[in-house]
Design a protein around this ligand. Structure first.
Ligand SMILES: Nc1nc2c(c(=O)[nH]1)N[C@H]1C(S)=C(S)[C@@H](COP(=O)(O)OP(=O)(O)OC[C@H]3O[C@@H](n4cnc5c(=O)[nH]c(N)nc54)[C@H](O)[C@@H]3O)O[C@H]1N2
Ligand SMILES: Nc1nc2c(c(=O)[nH]1)N[C@H]1C(S)=C(S)[C@@H](COP(=O)(O)OP(=O)(O)OC[C@H]3O[C@@H](n4cnc5c(=O)[nH]c(N)nc54)[C@H](O)[C@@H]3O)O[C@H]1N2
Ligand code: SF4
Ligand SMILES: [Mo]
Length: 661
């Protein structure tokens, strides 16, 4: 036995943030170091654990981990940095931000963060920006749930969660949780299947979930919205909807009916490539009993995203699946633990600054322009005007921010602060983002590693990891629960947490008085004050802290929309001159120079997004980036499995290794 194996061990309850689903796991700690991650005994998580979590401590202890603040000394992107202190870094960043604000206004400062930090910064990101006066916050959430949350909010004012434990049918629009992808959702779907719940899967590829499905609809990629019109055609023609709910609670059913009538099954079959009988069968299974449509980024990232998401919401509502056991529950804010939204101070951002939010003119749905039309209704139902659902509310539009950074249109953005996000690789249009970043006066990154984005920064500041901090993960305004995460070890070197990062910048900008909590632990103590004497006590006694469950809450408050009803016909979009009903927009005709169609999706078990490639054991399992291609298409082109090919679109190209798997 080694000395380490003999030393006494303790176990901490930690929330894994190696992806964004927030599993509670156990960290075994020996002599101040996390030596093992294993599954917790909580029934939602105990059945299995994914390899990203198991290898996380190894990843955090990697020799390439950033441990000290770095300042760029060579030209931007040359990779030359020198070590500085946090104080030096913050003072210089503060002075440079002030100069940019003096010259261009606070809207010239943009911030980009992502999923992992949704709960760990305790609202400090938006607090800092709102106090400064900048509306230009963007997040990877724009490609992942933020859009869905905003569109759901337009329809009924909440973002619902599936009740997997009691549902009769799960309909997946490409969503493909696996043993190593979104473990708790995978476990919940498997348990529902064991109980006899039906599974309907829409996926152009025979995915793992498609293999398990009662009905698999191999639709053409990007045609999900059209498919929903087909489902609704069957549901409305065969009167499979909940007529009493529609009558009492829905706005615009007749208009919707007329729109759906434009989509007879033959038309939908021609668009989607799936036969009318199969479409009708799936629609009837969905409408038969209590059913759920879990969220997926697939319908966040399509030409017809907004319509597809609205159509999901409409199916839920008219089939009587909203806020009932076995359907989809409406969460909201926890009544006893102030969620991070309440720390964000959206009310201090002046209207004139809100109006400058980039991209709101053409794509308003998750921007202030839309959400401010919902504020009164939100206050009536939520008791609060600014819930930040999945951290995706009140965002600017990423592509518009990158254009402002690159070309100064409609006004210049000259400083870019990035926390836990790899913008160059995660948002669409890498060439534009590269140009945007190269045109900045100041880029600050809060990171674990020298990512391709960090290599372009002026300052790279070291971040702590999820084993190294206390945290309170709230339910993103999506579910009304709070889960504590216990610090298991000290962060290495000078790594700091997200709240400390923003507080340091706030001090440098003369805003320190607005950040009265000196540390994350102080703000956590404040957040749990109503239910425990301190965060430490709260975390020791609670695995998860759930709000009391209640159903059909809208019967008391109405829905959080201007009409107080489910807006099948959107009064908000109508005000902006957009089509108030969902619609179908055809793809432009394909270019003969690009004969194949390409779609994305398929999470790699070993990695989360652009990270984790530095962990040897994981890299050995999947050393190369892969392209999946049908063997018949490959052989027609003379391509063999294992060969490297160049994939080109009009936007650019990439080299990938061919796999038939
Ligand atoms: N091409 C393509 N683009 C995509 C997607 C895709 O599948 N393909 N998926 C989309 C989706 S669904 C999402 S959610 C987004 C995700 O996009 P990103 O949020 O950019 O995800 P990552 O690539 O994981 O980058 C996160 C970075 O945060 C750092 N990090 C992790 N934990 C911490 C921490 O605790 N503190 C600090 N300071 N830093 C930390 C990691 O080192 C990593 O570099 O990408 C979207 N974009
Ligand atoms: N191991 C691991 N797990 C992860 C992640 C990771 O990076 N690694 N990322 C996490 C994150 S941030 C997210 S958001 C989730 C996302 O997880 P999922 O929701 O499962 O999304 P994807 O894996 O991108 O794609 C799922 C399926 O959609 C299909 N698909 C592609 N285009 C279309 C289309 O147009 N329509 C339909 N109906 N289907 C289509 C693909 O063939 C694929 O089988 O995974 C999470 N889990
Ligand atoms: S699915 Fe894996 S990586 Fe994601 S939170 Fe759970 S344990 Fe962590
Ligand atoms: Mo995501």
């Amino acid at each position: 036995m080694t000395a380490l194996q003999q030393a006494p061990a303790t176990t901490r309850n930690v929330i894994c943030s190696s992806c964004d689903i927030q599993c509670t796991v156990h960290a075994k700690v020996v002599e101040g170091q996390v030596v093992r991650i294993h599954s917790s005994d909580n029934p939602i998580f105990r059945d299995n654990i994914c390899m990203k979590a198991v290898y996380a401590p190894k990843g955090f202890a990697h020799p390439d981990r950033l441990l000290y603040p770095l300042r760029r000394v060579g030209v931007r992107g040359s990779g030359k940095f020198e070590r500085v202190s946090w104080d030096e870094a913050n003072a210089d960043i503060g002075a440079r931000l002030k100069a940019i604000i003096d010259r261009h206004g606070p809207e010239a400062i943009a911030v980009s963060t992502s999923d992992w930090n949704t709960s760990t910064e305790n609202g400090a990101t938006r607090r800092f920006m709102n106090l400064l006066g900048s509306p230009n916050y963007i997040s990877g959430v724009a490609l992942c749930a933020g859009n869905t949350a905003a569109v759901n909010r337009l329809v009924y004012g909440w973002f619902p969660q599936p009740d997997y434990a009691n549902t009769n049918c799960i309909m997946l629009f490409g969503h493909n949780p696996k043993r190593h992808s979104w473990v708790p959702v995978f476990n919940a779907i498997m348990k529902a299947r064991q109980r006899g719940a039906k599974l309907v899967v829409l996926d152009p590829r025979k995915s793992e979930m498609a293999e398990r499905a009662d009905v698999w609809l191999p639709l053409k990629a990007g045609t999900d919205a059209a498919m929903c019109f087909g489902f609704l055609d069957v549901i409305i023609r065969e009167k499979l909807y909940d007529a009493a709910f529609v009558e009492k609670w829905c706005h615009g059913f007749e208009a919707l009916k007329a729109r759906v009538a434009e989509f007879p099954l033959e038309r939908v079959a021609a668009i989607t490539g799936v036969g009318p009988d199969l479409i009708a069968r799936a629609a009837r299974i969905y409408a038969e009993g209590l059913s759920v449509i879990p969220w997926t980024p697939i319908t966040d990232q399509q030409r017809n995203s907004t319509s597809a998401i609205r159509l999901h919401a409409i199916m839920r509502a008219i089939c009587g699946n909203l806020d009932v056991p076995g359907g989809e529950t409406l969460g909201g804010l926890h009544p006893d633990i102030p969620q991070k939204s309440l720390f964000e101070l959206h009310d201090v951002l002046p209207q004139a600054q809100r109006d400058k939010q980039l991209g709101a003119d053409r794509h308003p749905v998750f921007t202030y322009r839309t959400t401010q039309l919902l504020e009164d209704a939100t206050e009536r139902v939520w008791g609060y005007r600014y819930p930040n659902i999945v951290n995706g509310s009140y965002m600017a539009v990423p592509s518009a921010v990158f254009r402002a950074m690159a070309d100064g249109v409609p006004y210049p953005v000259k400083a870019f602060i990035v926390q836990g996000n790899n913008p160059l690789m995660s948002y669409a249009n890498m060439k534009l983002i590269h140009r945007a970043m190269m045109n900045q006066d100041l880029i600050v990154m809060h990171e674990h590693f020298m990512t391709p984005s960090a290599q372009l920064a002026d300052y790279v500041l070291p971040g702590d990891a999820w084993t190294e901090r206390n945290a309170l993960m709230d339910g993103y305004g999506w579910a009304a629960h709070c889960k504590p995460s216990q610090k298991a070890m000290e962060p290495p070197g000078e790594c700091r947490d997200a709240y400390a990062f923003w507080r340091g910048l706030a001090d440098a900008m003369g805003l320190g008085a607005h950040f009265p909590w000196k540390t994350t632990d102080a703000i956590l103590d404040e957040r749990v004050r109503k239910v425990a004497p301190s965060f430490e006590v709260f975390a020791a006694n609670n695995d998860a802290f759930l709000a009391p469950v209640a159903f059909r809450k809208y019967e008391k408050t109405g829905f959080a929309t201007p009409t107080g009803k489910v807006e099948l016909y959107s009064t908000v979009l109508e005000k902006f001159g957009f089509d108030p009903l969902p619609y179908w927009r055809e793809d432009p005709p394909s270019d003969p120079g690009f004969p194949l169609s390409l779609f994305v999706g398929v999470r790699e078990d070993e990695y989360f997004q652009t990270g984790h490639r530095h962990i040897d054991e994981l890299r050995a399992r999947r050393p190369e980036p892969q392209l999946y291609i049908h063997p018949a298409t490959a052989s027609a082109a003379g391509i063999a499995e294992g060969e490297w090919v160049r994939v080109e679109t009009k936007a650019g190209g990439v080299k990938l290794q061919v796999s038939f798997a």
